[in-house]
Write a protein that binds this ligand. Structure first.
Ligand SMILES: *Cc1c(COP(=O)(O)O)cnc(C)c1O
Ligand SMILES: [Zn+2]
Length: 427
């Protein structure tokens, strides 16, 4: 039993039964899962959710599956970290990191959308699944499909980081490298989805897949004690997660589970691929596609499928868009690591760097609660950090050499965490 009503066109409102479908027959608008919220009143409550499993499935009533979850049983419910050291550094009062770099099993927000999409694929009876990916989606589809015993075909751009290629291949999918960027990969994948009876999660299962992203927003609200942060900074690639965090907030408000505090959603992109942020800055409703050129490969999508809705949500909520250069992205990765002990990939660096710029420019006031969405893990993209550190000292295993090394550090004016190590005390 579920509260799912139908698929509804986001443009004309035409309704369709629950089948694999991406667009409306009348106007090619995207279709979205619609629910019977009236039937949920009094049944889907804080208590009912809190009684659920410690995974994204605690929000099952707000997800488009009919039976019990079949894959991704441990995905979601990642930490919401109160980032006090980082907050002090940035001069803001209340800062949170929603840390999907720890998501199970493949360390990115994609484990959410894939858990829902593959459960739905199995409900529909597909035996083969696939995706067009900038890396993390391939990684997650491959892992979840292995656990579910589904055949897997994943397509990625040729120039992807090795961590994501090896990370995906270990699960045994057919991984195909495409000579081109993500937008080329996606175009080919749409043709494949038309021709083969496969569940391509972000093509013909897109309405179901995208719903999984709401759980990132549900968790933020629940983990803040059933409150919404005044500001949420969200990265944008294809434009799935940002509008779905907003949908999550709206649903919780509709059900009376949180108060409507006028939450603002801000969009973060890399300067080398910022079609949506550029459109927001220029006050345009429609973005111009770009050719990506950034180290933030997992969010390098020049023609985002749901970019139009990102612009709409940011504008409607009173949020802003910001972009970050590659050096700013790397600096933010380092700052998050040194202050909060969280190692994110360039997508997360982008989001934090943009949050910092929004704070510094006053678009996020320093006395209002902010949540920064960290969506991926830095261990998959270690090559971007090459050359970011001085080389580590190498010494013989002798205390004398160790002490000489400490003395030399002091002589050379070591600062911060390495200063005066030789004379540190127990406090
Ligand atoms: C996919 C991805 C995103 C956002 O993608 P959307 O398509 O906009 O939802 C953000 N960060 C990481 C690490 C990703 O892999
Ligand atoms: Zn329509």
């Amino acid at each position: 039993m579920s509260y799912v009503a139908c698929l509804r066109c986001k443009e004309c409102g035409a309704e369709y039964p629950i089948t694999p479908r991406t667009v409306c027959d009348h106007d090619f608008g995207p279709v979205e899962v619609a629910y019977d919220y009236a039937a949920m009143q009094g049944k889907v409550t804080r208590t009912s959710i809190e009684a659920g499993p410690r995974s994204l499935w605690r929000y099952k009533d707000l997800l488009p599956i009919e039976g019990e979850p079949k894959v991704g049983l441990h995905s979601g419910y990642t930490p919401l970290v109160k980032a006090d050291r980082l907050a002090r550094e940035l001069g803001v009062r209340e800062l949170y990191i929603k840390d999907d770099s720890t998501n199970y099993p493949t360390f990115s927000y994609k484990d959410r959308v894939v858990s829902v999409a593959l459960t739905k694929a199995m409900e529909f009876g597909f035996d083969t699944v696939g995706c067009a990916s900038t890396g993390n989606l391939a990684h997650s589809v491959a892992a979840h499909a292995a656990k579910a015993g589904l055949r897997t075909v994943v397509l990625v751009p040729e120039d992807l980081e090795e961590g994501k290629i090896v990370g995906s291949r270990v699960f045994g999918p057919l991984l195909v490298k495409i000579k081109g960027n993500y937008d080329d990969v996606n175009r080919l994948c749409s043709q494949i989805a038309d021709k083969y009876p496969w569940a391509i999660v972000n093509v013909n299962l897109r309405p179901f897949y995208t719903e999984g992203a709401k759980t990132h927003g549900f968790e933020i609200a629940e983990q803040m004690g059933w409150q919404l942060p005044k500001h949420t900074v969200v990265p944008v690639a294809g434009g799935t997660i940002l509008p779905k965090v907003w949908k999550a907030y709206r649903e919780l408000i509709e059900l009376g589970l949180v108060e409507d505090n006028g939450p603002r959603i801000h969009a973060a992109q890399a300067a080398g691929c910022n079609p949506v942020v550029k459109a927001i800055a220029e006050g345009e409703e429609i973005f111009q596609p770009q050719k990506p050129n950034t180290i933030a490969k997992s969010i390098a999508i020049g023609n985002p499928a749901d970019g139009y809705y990102v612009i709409k949500v940011v504008t409607e909520s009173g949020g802003a868009g910001e972009s970050a250069t590659d050096p700013e992205i790397l600096a933010a990765i380092g700052l998050l690591a040194r202050t909060e002990g969280i190692f994110t990939e360039p997508a997360g660096g982008t989001t934090l760097a943009c949050a910092i710029k929004l704070i510094q420019s006053g678009r996020i006031p320093r006395d209002e609660p902010v949540c920064v969405c960290i969506t991926g893990n830095g261990l998959k993209t270690i090559e971007v950090m090459t050359g970011q550190f001085e080389s580590s000292p190498v010494i013989a295993p002798r205390l004398g050499e160790f002490e000489q090394m400490l003395a030399k550090l002091d002589e050379n004016g070591a600062s911060g965490a390495h200063a005066r190590l030789a004379t540190s005390k127990v406090i």
